[in-house]
Design a protein. Structure first.
Lengths: 329, 329
C-alpha cells in the first residue's frame, strides 16, 4: 500500500506531478500551500479584503469558497440561476445547502426573474453557442453585483485544467489578444472590478479530492450544454500528454505566465472603452448597448426553450441518460 | 463515389482541411502550388540556385527531391549512412535506386567510415537519446557538405506535421529561444549555410500520397530508434485535434509564423559564435570543440553497439516485429 510522503501513514491520493502520495491531512496541507502561493505570488487579495466568490455548485467553486473561509478570508458567495433545467435546480439546492450548513452569506441572481431569459432560450433564440451566451451573462452579472455590493475582488473557481485548456485553445489559434489577457488576476480598471483565480495552481482532480476529503457535496455532472465543446476536447488532449509526462499541464500554464506573457505585455494595445448607455457597464463604445444588454433585448420575454431542444445529438444522448428524456421536446 | 473538386473525375484522396477530394492530377497540382507558395512566400531560393536536398529514403525527402526536380530546380541529394542496422541498409538502397533511375546526383557520407561511429553506438556510449545524437550529427554533416561543395542552400524534408509537432513541444515548454529560431528558412550567417524547409505547407499524409501517385518507393517504417519519442506523441495529439477540426494543425503552425513569431523576433538575443578549433564549424565559443567533434571524440572507434541493444522495451518489441530479433543482443 502506498504511503504519505510527509508522514508515512496510509495515502489517500497519488499526485504524479509531485511524484508522491499523500494522506488526507497532508493532501489538504498541499492544497492550502498552493492556494496561498497563488494568492501571494499574483497579489490577489489581502486578509481585510471583502471577496465575492462566484459559485456554481460544482466542485471547483465550492472548494474555493471552503478554502478561502478555511484560510481566514472574508468571502461571500454569489450564485446565478441560469435556468438550465434540472441541472440548475440541483446546482442551486446544493449551493444553498453548502452556505446554510456553514453559516455563510450567499447572494443569488435568477437570470429569468431579473432579466427575462435563461441560457437555453438565449442559445436557441440567438443561435449562439450556449457556452458563449452563458459566459457573457455570467461575466456581466458577476462583475455588476461585485461592484454594486462593494466587494474588493471577485474570485472564480477556474482551476489549472481550465486555464491550461483556455491557453491551449488560444495557442492553437495564436490569438495574441486573448493570450495577452490571459492571467490569474485582472486588475480593476476601465469600469471593471478586480477578478482573481486563486485555484490556478491546483488541478481539477485535486479539487474533486478536496471536496471528498472535506465532505463537500457538489454537482458531479458536467453542464449538459457543454458536452462536446472544444474546451473539454482541449482538456482531454492535455490530460493525455500529462499522463505520459506528469507535470506537462502545469508547466505549460505556469511557464506561459513566467516566460511568454511578459513578452506580450509590453506590446499590448490599450482599449479605452465607453460605457453601456443602458446599464452603465464598461463597453467598447458608448454608442450602443453592451453585449449583455443586447442579449437581454433579443431574448427577454421569449417563450422558454427547454434545455433538451438546443442540444446537439451527442449532448442530447448524454442528457437523456443523466436527466431523463421527459424534460421537454 | 467521391469526385475531384477541380474536374469531377473519380477522386483518389480526400483532404479534409481543404474540405475537398481530388483526382491524381489535381492532387499533384495542389501539392505543386503549396510547394511553390512556400518557396516564394519565405524566399527560399531562385531557379539558378544550387540546392542540396538532405535525403533519408523516407517519403518526405524523396518526395521533396522529386518535387524540386519536377518544378525545374537544380537539386542534388545527400544521403548519410547512420549505421542503424537493416533500417539504414534499406534506406540507402532505396535512395540510391531513386537517384539512379532518375539520373540524379547523390552524394553520400557514411558516418562510420568517415567518423568512426554510428548512431546506436553513439547513443549507447554517451547515454544521449538516439534522436539527439542523430540530429546533432545530421545537422553538422549536412551543413558541412553543403558549404564545402558550394551549394547555395540545404533543403530538408520537414513537413507540416513535423514542424507543427516541434512547435507544439516548444510551446508546451514555452521555450522562447527555440520558438524564436523556429522558421521555414534559416538564413546563412554566423558560419552556417542557408537552410530551408519547402514542405512546411504540406502534410505527412499528402507526402505519402505524392509518393504513391508518382510511383516512388520509400522506406515505410519509422526509424526503430524513434519509437515512443515525444515528437511522435505530439504528432498524435495534433492529429486527434485535427481530425475533430480539420485545419487545426495548419493554422497552428502557419498562424505562429504569421502572428507570434514577429513578436518574438525583435527581442531576439544575438549570439556571436566562435568556430570549432578542431573542424572549423561555427560553435558557441572557440575555446572547446563543437558538439559534433565532442561526440566523435567520445564515441569514435568504440566497439559497435547493435541497434536492438539501445532500444527501450516498447521500441524493442516493435523492432523485433519489423526487423526480426536475430540482430544482436
Amino acid at each position: 500500500m502506498s504511503k504519505c510522503r510527509s508522514c508515512g501513514e496510509a495515502a489517500v491520493i497519488d499526485l504524479p506531478r509531485h511524484n508522491a502520495n499523500f494522506c488526507s491531512e497532508h493532501f489538504l496541507q498541499l492544497c492550502r500551500r498552493q492556494l496561498s502561493k497563488a494568492i501571494s505570488d499574483f497579489e490577489m487579495f489581502m486578509t481585510d479584503d471583502r471577496i465575492l466568490v462566484a459559485v456554481s455548485g460544482g466542485k471547483d467553486s465550492l472548494a474555493l469558497w471552503d478554502m478561502l473561509i478555511d484560510a481566514g478570508f472574508q468571502a461571500d458567495g454569489l450564485y446565478i440561476g441560469l435556468g438550465i433545467g434540472d441541472y440548475s435546480t440541483e446546482s442551486g439546492a446544493i449551493t444553498r445547502r453548502f452556505a446554510q450548513e456553514r453559516g455563510l452569506k450567499l447572494l443569488e441572481v435568477d437570470i429569468r426573474n431579473e432579466h427575462g431569459f435563461d441560457i437555453p432560450t438565449a442559445a436557441g433564440v440567438t443561435g449562439r453557442s450556449p457556452c458563449s451566451a452563458c459566459g457573457l451573462s455570467k461575466r456581466h452579472i458577476f462583475d455588476d453585483v461585485a461592484q454594486r455590493e462593494g466587494y474588493d475582488v471577485l474570485a472564480t473557481g477556474h482551476n489549472l485544467d481550465d486555464e491550461a485548456a483556455v491557453l491551449f485553445g488560444n495557442t492553437l489559434r495564436w490569438d495574441v489578444e486573448y493570450l495577452r489577457r490571459q492571467a490569474p488576476v485582472l486588475q480593476a480598471g476601465n469600469g471593471f472590478g478586480k477578478k482573481v483565480k486563486p485555484l490556478v495552481r491546483l488541478t481539477e482532480r485535486e479539487m474533486a479530492a478536496w471536496c471528498v476529503v472535506r465532505g463537500i457535496d457538489y454537482v458531479v455532472e458536467e453542464c449538459p450544454m457543454a458536452v462536446g465543446n472544444k474546451h473539454l476536447l482541449y482538456k482531454d488532449a492535455l490530460n493525455v500528454l500529462d499522463s505520459t509526462s506528469p507535470g506537462t499541464k502545469a508547466s505549460f500554464y505556469l511557464g506561459f505566465l513566467d516566460r511568454m506573457r511578459p513578452l506580450l505585455e509590453h506590446s499590448a494595445s490599450i482599449t479605452a472603452p465607453g460605457s453601456c448607455p443602458r446599464c452603465g457597464a464598461a463597453a467598447a463604445t458608448s454608442d450602443e448597448a453592451c453585449a449583455f444588454c443586447r442579449l437581454v433585448e433579443t431574448t427577454s420575454g421569449h417563450e422558454q426553450i427547454p434545455v433538451r431542444m438546443v442540444l446537439n445529438k451527442k449532448a442530447r444522448k448524454l442528457f437523456d441518460a443523466q436527466w431523463g428524456s421527459q424534460h421537454g421536446d
